[in-house]
Design a protein around this ligand. Structure first.
Ligand SMILES: C[S@@+](CC[C@H](N)C(=O)[O-])C[C@H]1O[C@@H](n2cnc3c(N)ncnc32)[C@H](O)[C@@H]1O
Length: 556
């Protein structure tokens, strides 16, 4: 008689566990998650109800090492990344504070001495770890833990999202990479289509659920016209960042799903609705969850919509941690089951989570609501741009067109005023000037009847007005296009004029040292066209502003 020896299951703990993206992947790979640690109560409730294990509400920074369980084989976790994320690259992040959580995580690893461990964070963490492990660095004392790091694109592991993450740990990264062949690439379009079916088949896990049983799949009201403008501008004509698709492309994995985004922010993923005419909407919580690699049975227990978005956006995708867990327990490639087979017994916890009401269009804005949008036809990559702005530091708020060029490290502004316009006019023949005036006729007549003093009122939704700022932006855009065309036919004189303008504005010595000058010269028709358009409109705007001040008894 042969006795079957039952293989001992590996035991794990999860630190900074959120809703349990690690726990679910580990569980599906056959690992026992003994306990999770997290200070956000509703996230723990979600983790506990879905993953059926202890999720402790604690401040990990104050956790006593002696209170941790013994005989732990695996330690995983995702210390908070806010201080390290790329949006904090400009110096907003407090590195020392962020490192406290990484140090606490590694101290726990050092104390428990698990067989393997893995930590997730934003890509920037790879460089930080490398630098801090050096002699004198904040992590130097952990060098003996055998830390390796790798930045991975989770889309390569079947997650329908181009989420770049740094994974640090002491396990076999080559084995993890080898599992890629077990995964099937998935796109945003396929996920949306699958969740829209009457009988939904989970796009990742193959679980079947009738659509009416799907939770958190309520579509938000589509974006209104103003929100569409702002959202599109944030993505296609952002004054600093590179252009991206608007709406998001359905034929590839989606961009990173974030924990926070507004209806108009650059981070928001937007798609067209099915109705005719088509409108633009953000994704539902459920769509985001599937794109984050959660099965459709997973329930997010929170009352507030924003909390559900945060739970989903913060998580590490379980569709990825499933493979990482296998790498930790050293499963040979051929023995790793597909997600569909591994997840076939997944059930929706009972009772399911209640839906939360989605966000609505904003209706209240401050009197000083800021407006700052690039004029699309007068914008080049890497920061050269003409933009329409409201100067909220003035009373009454003044509108104007600004011009910036240079490099990200040295941004130069050129004031577009009457003096500059007069000097620029003298640099062209009467024949070219006539063509320029003709090309600006529409803009001129628009400005003659524009209700400039009402623009801020409309923009801050505080009353009626005739001219919305985006109407002016459109006029500037179209005039910019026309002038660029005119001046492109007079390339030589335009180049000469630009040289003279720069020399007269900055002086001979400084002009030659200006950063980004070659780029301006290569695009002289656009730049000079922008100077004409911007200075002409500024002249109208300044006059309107002076009249407004006089009417309010503010002018001297
Ligand atoms: C990047 S998220 C991790 C998400 C998690 N891996 C998941 O799949 O949902 C970081 C988590 O750390 C938690 N956190 C931050 N500081 C903490 C602390 N001092 N103690 C406990 N949890 C903390 C946050 O509430 C957040 O849920």
């Amino acid at each position: 008689m042969t006795t079957k020896i039952k293989k001992k299951r590996w035991k794990a703990i999860d630190l900074y566990s959120g809703v349990g993206g690690w726990a679910l992947g580990l569980r599906l790979a056959g690992v026992d998650v003994v306990s999770s640690y997290e200070h956000w109560g509703v996230a723990n409730e979600t983790n506990f109800k879905n993953n059926h294990h202890q999720a402790q509400t604690v401040d990990i920074r104050r956790l006593e090492l002696a209170d941790l369980p013994n005989d732990i084989d695996i330690v995983v976790g995702s210390p908070p990344c806010t201080q390290f994320s790329y949006s904090n690259r400009g110096g907003g992040g407090d590195l020392v504070d962020g490192l406290k959580d990484v140090i606490q995580f590694l101290s726990i690893v050092e104390h428990l001495k698990p067989r393997v461990w893995a930590m997730e964070n934003v890509p920037r963490m790879a460089g930080i770890i490398e630098a801090e492990l050096e002699e004198g660095g904040a992590l130097h004392r952990f060098s003996k833990l055998g830390i390796k790091t790798r930045v991975l694109n989770l889309a390569n592991f079947g997650v329908p999202q181009r989420r770049m993450r740094c994974i640090a740990g002491n396990f076999d990264f080559e084995l993890l990479e080898a599992y890629k062949e077990k995964t099937i690439p998935l796109t945003l379009g396929k996920v949306i289509a699958a969740l829209g079916e009457e009988n939904v088949i989970d796009p990742l896990f193959g679980i079947k659920i009738p659509n009416f049983e799907l939770r958190d799949h309520i579509e938000e009201a589509p974006l209104n016209d103003e929100e569409v403008r702002i959202n599109r501008a944030a993505k296609t004509t952002h004054t600093v960042y590179n252009a991206m698709s608007f709406p998001d492309r359905l034929d590839r994995p989606v961009r990173t799903i974030t924990a926070t985004c507004t209806r108009v922010s650059r981070e928001s993923i937007v798609v067209e609705t099915n109705e005719i005419p088509k409108k633009i909407r953000r994704l539902t919580v459920r769509e985001r969850a599937s794109l984050q690699g959660f099965p459709i049975t997973f329930q997010f227990y929170a009352d507030r919509y924003s909390d559900k978005l945060r739970m989903v956006g913060n998580a590490i995708p379980p569709a990825f941690t499933y493979f990482l867990a296998h790498a930790l327990i050293k499963t040979p490639v051929e023995s790793v089951l597909s997600l569909v087979d591994a997840g076939k017994d997944l059930k929706c916890p009972s009772p399911p989570a209640a839906d939360a009401a989605p966000d609505r269009a904003g209706s209240k804005y401050s009197e000083n609501r800021r407006f700052r949008f690039a004029i699309p036809s007068l914008q080049l990559k890497s920061g050269v741009r003409f933009e329409l702005v409201n100067r909220i530091e003035y009373s009454p708020i003044a509108w104007g067109v600004d011009f910036y060029f240079g490099t990200s490290k040295s941004i130069i502004a050129l004031s577009l005023n009457d003096g500059l316009l007069e000097r620029a006019k003298k640099l062209f023949s009467s024949e070219v000037l006539e063509q320029l005036n003709f090309a600006m006729e529409d803009l001129d007549s628009f400005m003659q009847t524009a209700d400039i003093t009402g623009m801020q009122r409309i923009w801050s939704h505080r009353g009626p007005g005739v001219t919305a700022p985006f109407m002016l932006l459109d006029q500037l855009d179209s005039a910019g296009r026309c002038l660029n065309a005119v001046l492109s036919a007079h390339e030589f004189s335009t180049q000469f004029a630009l040289g003279e303008i720069i020399r007269s504005e900055f002086g001979d010595d400084r002009a030659l040292k200006l950063p980004g000058l070659a780029k301006l010269a290569r695009n002289a028709p656009l730049v000079v066209g922008g100077i004409f358009v911007g200075a002409t409109v500024n002249s109208y705007l300044n006059r309107a502003n002076t009249c407004f001040k006089k009417a309010r008894g503010l002018a001297h």
